[in-house]
Design a protein. Structure first.
Length: 108
């Protein structure tokens, strides 16, 4: 099964050198244990925009979808045999990046 672990950030003191080192260690562990699919960080929300081209509308907002204190600042996509393993990895990811995370299974 594949799962998405989204990192929830409030943009205060994001990505300290110590946090980045802990994330690298966690990523290495994911790779070594066969859980790694993908991980990446996201630019700050002010760099986001919503695009809507349904029915050829060709619209863009030039701003993020939500004006919220918290936002997604990165993610991991992992392989795990079950929800219990995914949950344990999400707890470990949260600790490594020093942020809350959201765990969601992919459909199918």
């Amino acid at each position: 099964m594949q799962f998405l672990i989204s990192v929830i950030d409030d943009l205060t003191a994001s990505g300290t050198p110590e946090e980045m080192e802990a994330i690298d260690i966690f990523n290495d562990k994911l790779r070594a244990n066969g859980h790694w699919v993908f991980a990446g960080g996201l630019a700050a929300p002010q760099n986001a925009m919503v695009i809507d081209n349904r029915n050829g509308a060709n619209l863009t907002t030039g701003q993020p979808l939500f004006a919220a204190k918290e936002n997604f600042s990165g993610c991991w996509i992992i392989n795990a045999p079950d929800i219990e393993t995914a949950r344990a990895l999400a707890y470990e990811g949260s600790k490594s990046c020093n942020r809350k995370v959201e765990l969601r299974p992919f459909l199918g």
